[in-house]
Design a protein around this ligand. Structure first.
Ligand code: NG6
Ligand code: CA
Length: 489
């Protein structure tokens, strides 16, 4: 007994709490600390003022599921064939026997939790929402989970806590189908009069809370979420987790749903940005971050907690609902001075805001080092002096702690349909890819595809206006070789 107590106290002194706050579709220009746009995000900026703002940080993919897969596993998403945007009834993507970031924390004595957007699959592909769902976050390293299964525009629109749908009435079972509707159930396509938010493309299937979604569902009335309350619901759970575990090391993955569509702010934030719902939900997310940081302050945890802030992919305006995001964006530039955005192989698809704060331990500043979210696994393995089991993940602990500016030499990013680009130093190569230059289904976004190789120097040309592939054929060829080599490792 005495021995176990002394072990616990040594863990407490050596192991900082770690929180990853992860937004959904937030652009680098949406965060005012980067000084590229018009929105004011004082809550998020606090992390940059009190920590390190990384100006060259990447998600591995321009969509959600693959980026989250890398963040939590330390493996490039394209090594796993299923790591693409998942539907709400998709099977668990992460192999329960594989090393993961939450497992790494758990193995080192941490309590681990995830609150918010999951989007990494649940169950075995034949999920029954009315019984306990065994395969999920709790099988890949999280002790506690309070999540939405996929996205806020996909059914089922319910919260799942530790594998059980929250507030489900067993007499009103949930049924989900992504191919066909349930007889007699209204849809956005057939019953637009029932909608308070209207789709611009897709999103015309089952209606819950006056919003039509992707996929069909029936039942589960008492369990349906209210979009307007989602920010508060997740914030409460995130705070509860921290309060409960304040005396022992904890790892919390707090995955906010904003500003992904449908953008439905709480009335407290409606109309506050002057940019319509997209701006409003970003202010709401910023408030959530601020409130969360205040909770750490109140609990006296700010000094012993590493807080990391980032986003899963770049920004997009109209992503499927008429929410006036293109009309009201004005001079605000969610993508900053970069080209592209969500879904794109151009830089703004994956070049995301990233900050790390460890008060009292690291000196506030700005870092230009090339880093990727995939590197958190190896970097924390180093902090715990344990083995890095993920070769794609690089130990950048010294960079994250501001002791070095030597980041990665190279990084591979993914756009749509598993197409890849290769960054090396200041250069980025987009190999030839077949496919349209613009997204085909109604989103106003460049894919980055071209049948000719594209080579850009991001230092001189962050907006990727000058394709230098023909001027630098040797550089293009040399990068192509390194890229192919890494892919086949
Ligand atoms: C797309 C959806 C889009 C969004 C995206 C996933 C349509 C037409 N578009 O298929 O709205 O949900 O998937 O976004 O259905 S992500 O951020 O989770 O990757
Ligand atoms: Ca996303």
């Amino acid at each position: 007994m005495g021995l176990s107590l002394s072990c616990t106290s040594s863990i407490e002194t050596e192991k900082p709490n770690v929180v990853i706050i992860y937004t959904d579709d937030l652009g680098i220009g949406d965060v005012s600390s980067y000084q590229m746009g018009q929105l004011k995000t004082p809550g998020i900026d606090r992390l940059a003022d009190e920590g390190i703002r990384f100006d060259n940080a990447y998600a591995t993919s321009a969509t959600c599921t693959p980026s989250r897969y890398s963040l939590l596993t330390g493996e490039y998403p394209w090594r796993n064939k299923r790591a693409a945007v998942l539907q709400g009834n998709a099977a668990l993507l992460i192999d329960p026997s594989a090393p993961t970031l939450p497992k790494l924390f758990k193995e080192n004595g941490y309590s681990t939790g995830v609150v918010g957007k999951w989007h990494l699959g649940l169950g075995d592909g034949n999920i029954n929402w009315n019984t306990h769902i065994d395969l999920g976050p709790n099988k890949v390293g999280f002790d506690y989970s309070y999540i939405m299964a996929a996205t806020n525009d996909r059914v089922p629109t319910v919260y799942v806590q530790n594998g059980d749908v929250v507030d489900l009435d067993k007499n009103d079972p949930i049924m989900v189908d992504y191919r066909q509707n349930f007889e007699g159930e209204p849809t956005g396509k057939e019953n637009p009069e029932l909608l308070k938010v209207h789709p611009s493309h897709g999103h015309n299937m089952s209606i819950t809370n006056g919003i039509s979604r992707i996929g069909f569902m029936k039942g589960g009335q008492s369990a349906l979420w209210v979009d307007e309350d989602m920010a508060d619901t997740f914030l409460v759970r995130a705070k509860q987790f921290v309060k409960k575990h304040k005396d022992k090391p904890f790892f919390l993955y707090y995955a906010l749903h904003q500003p992904h569509v449908p953008r439905v702010p709480h009335p407290r934030f409606a109309g506050k940005s002057g940019m319509g719902p997209r701006g409003d939900v970003i202010l709401e997310a910023d408030w959530c971050v601020d409130e969360f940081l205040k909770t750490l302050d109140e609990l006296g945890l700010s000094e012993n907690t590493i807080v990391i802030f980032s986003s899963d992919n770049g920004p997009v305006l109209d992503d499927g609902y008429h929410d006036q995001s293109p009309e009201l964006v004005g001079t605000h530039t969610p993508w900053g001075n970069l080209r592209g955005g969500k879904y794109s192989l151009y830089d703004a698809g994956t070049h995301v805001p990233f900050m790390l704060r460890w008060q009292g331990k690291i000196k506030p500043g700005v870092s230009d080092a090339l880093i990727s979210q995939i590197d958190l696994y190896a970097s924390f393995a180093t902090l715990f002096k344990t083995e890095n089991k993920r070769p794609d993940s690089q130990d950048l602990l010294n960079v994250l702690m501001g002791k070095s500016v030597k980041g990665r030499d190279h990084h591979i990013t993914e756009g749509l349909q598993g197409r890849l680009a290769f960054r090396e130093g200041d250069w980025v190569l987009i190999p030839p890819h077949k496919g349209g230059k613009k997204i085909s289904w109604g989103v106003d976004m460049e894919t980055g595809f071209s049948l000719r190789p594209q080579l850009y120097n991001l230092k001189d040309d962050p907006g990727q206006k000058m394709n230098l592939a023909e001027d630098y054929p040797e550089k293009t060829e040399q990068m192509m070789k390194i890229f192919e080599g890494i892919k086949s490792e």
